[in-house]
Design a protein around this ligand. Structure first.
Ligand code: ZN
Length: 319
């Protein structure tokens, strides 16, 4: 893809500037707002909006060579098993619940037997471990070395580095999962294209993403914790996910809302807002509840969504 240049300064290879929308190719990207990296550095990053398709993206953002420093905190929740503090405890409580939900979701949607599953961005390997216990043939990709080692220890599986993803053979997996991972990946189109290749004709692709058109995103605006810049490069809505996937021959067959995320994200957003403890929990509960109730009737307002996609019949005919 030729839609990125390196930096305002051409010698600065550490900052990437996106010059055209990765979804629709439009060159008119305008700054929508500034967001602060509340989690790690306090640095400010602009979030731009494509004037044609409305896609939001962090722009400029740090390249893969230096992005590691923005995750470099014992607090980075999906890479850590720390149970300190209420937010961490809530995260681990939800993670346990979500693990069961994810397993039953994959079991109900997958068609192949045996299930051959690849998890892209497997973190410390909890989902892989649960999937392995189901008797599925599972493998994972994780670029963070510490998380990868922890996943290998936990599962006894060969968890691969990111560069090995590009070498995977076509039609290798009947389930490919990305649980809150795609928004972190610099090579957006290339990744979706490769996923299409390695998925079998009747396989499924499962992608969980925050939804920046959710009720809680609208409430917290630039303080919405799931913008999580600059770790999140891309900020999806159901419409932009559909457009991206269809470009690569994938059709969404099911969308499932993850309404409980609204409580967790609202709590983090209140923390970023600097609210005192009483207001923090009270308002986060209020916003989470409204978001949860609204998402029951309209999943497009859910804080996060799980998209299940298949290769379109046209794509399968061409292969
Ligand atoms: Zn666009």
């Amino acid at each position: 893809m030729n839609n990125r240049t390196f930096g305002v300064n051409p010698y600065d290879m550490s900052i990437i500037t996106i010059t055209s929308c990765p979804i629709c190719g439009c060159n008119d990207l305008k700054k929508a707002f500034n967001a602060v990296d509340h989690f790690a550095t306090g640095e400010v990053f602009p979030v731009c909006r494509c004037s044609r398709c409305g896609f939001h993206l962090t722009n400029d953002f740090p390249s893969e060579d230096i992005i590691g420093q923005y995750y470099d905190s014992p607090d980075y929740i999906s890479h850590s098993d720390s149970k300190k503090g209420l937010i961490h405890r809530l995260y681990h409580f939800f993670r346990k619940r979500m693990l069961r939900k994810k397993i039953s979701l994959v079991a109900s949607q997958a068609t192949g037997n045996p299930i051959r599953l690849l998890e892209i961005g497997c973190g410390t390997g909890h989902f892989l471990e649960a999937a392995k216990k189901e008797g599925w043939l599972v493998s994972g990709i994780e670029k963070d070395e510490k998380a990868r080692k922890s996943a290998i220890n936990r599962t006894g599986l060969q968890v691969k580095k990111e560069d090995e993803f590009w070498l995977l053979e076509n039609n290798s997996f009947n389930v490919v999962t990305l649980w809150h991972v795609l928004e972190h990946l610099e090579k957006l189109n290339e990744t979706i294209h490769k996923i299409g290749e390695i998925t079998t004709p009747d396989g499924i692709v499962v992608i969980a993403l925050p939804n920046c058109h959710s009720y809680d995103a609208g409430f917290y605006k630039e303080l919405w914790a799931a913008y999580d810049i600059p770790r999140h490069l891309w900020h999806f809505t159901p419409a932009t996910v559909e457009e991206l996937l269809s470009k690569h021959g994938l059709t969404i067959i099911k969308k499932i809302s993850m309404p409980l995320d609204a409580f967790y994200i609202s709590l983090l957003s209140e923390k970023y807002r600097g609210s005192n403890l009483f207001i923090r929990y009270g308002r986060a509960f209020g916003v989470g509840t409204i978001g949860f109730l609204r998402s029951l009737s309209n999943p497009a307002q859910a804080s996060s969504l799980i998209y299940i996609a298949k290769k379109s019949e046209e794509t399968n005919r061409k292969e």
